[in-house]
Design a protein around this ligand. Sequence first.
Ligand code: B12
Length: 102
Amino acid sequence: MLEGHGFEVTDLGVSVSQEKFIAAVADRKPDVLAMSALLTTTMVEMQHVVRALGEAGQRDRVKVIVGGAPVTRAYADQIRADGYAADAPDAVVLCKEILKVA
Ligand code: B12
């Protein structure tokens, strides 16, 4: 959906470690880091990535958005993500909003 709307997407795959997220942000300098979790057990790792981004001095350089079946807007707010969307079309709208592109 994002590629269809003109975004360049790097897919880091599944079971992505905190270290891999941080390295990819440092290397590729994306505007947005999007994380998806299907399980409550993996969802909690999102907060660790957000914290690690801060520790690496990268948090201000990238917008963090989250989603997936167990993830809620309240959880996104709690971990200080920049956005949450419930489905793929809304993820596109969200990216355009937070990047202020038409
Ligand atoms: C298919 C499925 C499986 C398949 C996965 C196959 C595969 N290779 O992907 C199999 C059978 C393997 C499976 C296994 C398990 N599953 Co399962 N599974 C599902 C199911 C039915 C659909 C998931 C899916 O692919 N949906 C389609 C995608 C497109 O939808 P989505 O993930 O919701 O994503 C959309 C939005 O959430 C959003 N979105 C997603 N990510 C992101 C990211 C961002 C940044 C944004 C903005 C938006 C966004 O946009 C997407 C498109 O609209 C869900 C139920 C459900 N309704 O989600 C349960 C579900 C995820 N599974 C569940 C469970 C418990 C399990 C198991 C632990 C079961 C077990 N005891 O073994 C295992 C865990 C396996 C593992 N290691 O992860 C639970 C998780 C509950 C929880 N609270 O953690 C769910 C929610 C079912 C339930 N209601 O109980 N599962």
